[in-house]
Design a protein around this ligand. Sequence first.
Ligand SMILES: NC(=O)C1=CN([C@@H]2O[C@H](COP(=O)(O)OP(=O)(O)OC[C@H]3O[C@@H](n4cnc5c(N)ncnc54)[C@H](O)[C@@H]3O)[C@@H](O)[C@H]2O)C=CC1
Ligand SMILES: O=C([O-])CC(=O)C(=O)O
Length: 260
Amino acid sequence: MLNIGIIGCGAITEAIVRGLAEADRLKIRALYDRHPQKTAYISGLLKDPPEIFDFEGMIKACDLIIEAASQGAVREFILPALKAGKNAMIMSVGALADDELLDEIKRISEEKHCKVYIPSGAIAGIDGLRAAAESKIEKVRITTRKPPQTLGVEGDEALKERVLFEGSAREAVKRFPANINVSLTLSLAGIGPDLTEVVVIQDPMIDRNIHEVEIEGAFGRMKMRFENLPSPSNPKTSFLAALSAISAIKRITEPIEIGT
Ligand SMILES: NC(=O)C1=CN([C@@H]2O[C@H](COP(=O)(O)OP(=O)(O)OC[C@H]3O[C@@H](n4cnc5c(N)ncnc54)[C@H](O)[C@@H]3O)[C@@H](O)[C@H]2O)C=CC1
Ligand SMILES: O=C([O-])CC(=O)C(=O)O
């Protein structure tokens, strides 16, 4: 039985809780959010609600700590979880643009024999990118289009299509901490946050989060396009990101592992 604790009770956690309702071999034992009403809401969705709502209790009772909160929560909770010898899953991957934090996570995981899982999130094709990275990669680029409001643009400024950002993944996740975590996932699987190119476009004509990923290297060329429906309670977050977390959790507990 995998005992799970989740930090952050927002859109992704709501989907996780609903998606794992019938899953065997695992149990959501603890939830924590800085807003107790959010914790209460998610807890209320569970048939067998957890009894633990604080991080200390979570660390004691759980084998896997899932961060689905914010970049800050990665340092605040994932480091202590790993120090306590627990496995972890990170959704706010942008936090790992901080080399010092990433090195610390790697060092502690190795020391404590823990594993850190990073789901593919709102995109796919990470398997192909990882394979391609076994040889030379010349280019990884993600072009993301989202409705202006999800990128914090309101009023007249929101009426037209506009490139808001063009630069490295390292800079992109600082500028948009809750919108382009996927660029850091690509960076970790590929050529790093300084060489991974990001373009962010506000597009008033769309109601989906669109990601286009282009990869070129010794293997040839890959092009992928995702037209993701938003999560019902957080339009910034694609529903696919939550589904990816559910699938990654099930993969840990299921006896047969499919795909690389
Ligand atoms: N890896 C990926 O592909 C994707 C990652 N994300 C990221 O995953 C994270 C969760 O996403 P959503 O569920 O949509 O967010 P959300 O905004 O719906 O929910 C986040 C919850 O975490 C809580 N929270 C934030 N910081 C906290 C802290 N330090 N301590 C305790 N509680 C805290 C908030 O109160 C909120 O209830 C976000 O950082 C988001 O940017 C989102 C989409 C795709
Ligand atoms: O959900 C998405 O489409 C992408 C996203 O917000 C992120 O990577 O942070």
